[in-house]
Design a protein around this ligand. Sequence first.
Ligand code: NCD
Ligand code: ZN
Length: 345
Amino acid sequence: MTQTLTLPRPDDWHLHLRDGAVLRAVLPETARHFARAIIMPNLVPPVVTSGDAAAYRDRILAALPTGMDFTPLMTLYLTEQTDPDDVAHAHASGLITAVKLYPAGATTNSTSGVRDFDKVRAVLDRMAEIGLPLCVHGEVTDAEIDIFDREAVFIDRVLDPLRRATPGLRVIMEHTTTRDGVEYVKANDSGLAATITTHHLIINRNDILAGGIRPHYYCLPVAKREEHRLALREAATSGDPRFFLGTDSAPHTDPNKESACGCAGCFTATNTLSILAETFEQEGALAHLEGFVSRNGPGFYGLPVNSETLTLTRGAPITYPATIDTEDGPITLFDPKMPLHWRVD
Ligand code: NCD
Ligand code: ZN
């Protein structure tokens, strides 16, 4: 008997689309399956003002192939110069859905991020007042903190104090990679959620480093020990509405990944739903896939669940291309190193 699974069309609550040739190549990979996505603003230069966000949204919509239905949910990149009025205006007009906090230097294109959190206090207070969520890249950047500890230290030193200082601020701890992150979210009742990526459910740090260095598994926050991967799998498949999908699909061309100083990011837009269905099936939790990909995100953001549906069918293992081609060069698709039986119809 064929097994099928029909869900409200999923959304991706953390996505990098880039610009230009890469945007044109990767956008259809997401739009084919996902109705909406939170669009990361870490372009060069970053999307910092409402004017930048409007222009970027127009470029995304112009790159969308005819006949595809996709809504980009725009974000602003928080800097120490961000104007609270500009943010409030962009929110009121429906242009933006969230603001993104990058600690300066934490990841790809984050040099314009925040160094002194007092300088963004007025923006955060205003966001709490108007109910605009903050998406947080949760890693400290101090050179003396081991890269594998940066998320846990961020929770103690930055995230928890920031949340206490800004009551009512809705926060998404993005791409959480640790048991510490999962436990922090579970211990807090309201106004806090976490996204989990596809790849962090699949790989641990051995996949990056054991038996040769594998740049296509390098992303930030970096994958941690196996116990953390297991905590993420438990959280994602548990049905807890505070956890939802943010793929963090982050395309970089192969020459930029396979380099002496390779870029961080895994490109997962194309095969994410097949990987997630396989993962939830392995955990005996297929019934919770719908919450993770289609319901929990809109629930936290206060948006409607999509009314269209998407169907997954289980059958013989399917193959995805190893790379997608762009005018800037090939982009390698994340390899989950397991057969994938679920295809999107
Ligand atoms: C992202 C990118 O390439 O923009 N990279 C990544 O490894 N996830 C930035 C980010 O989300 O940290
Ligand atoms: Zn990201």
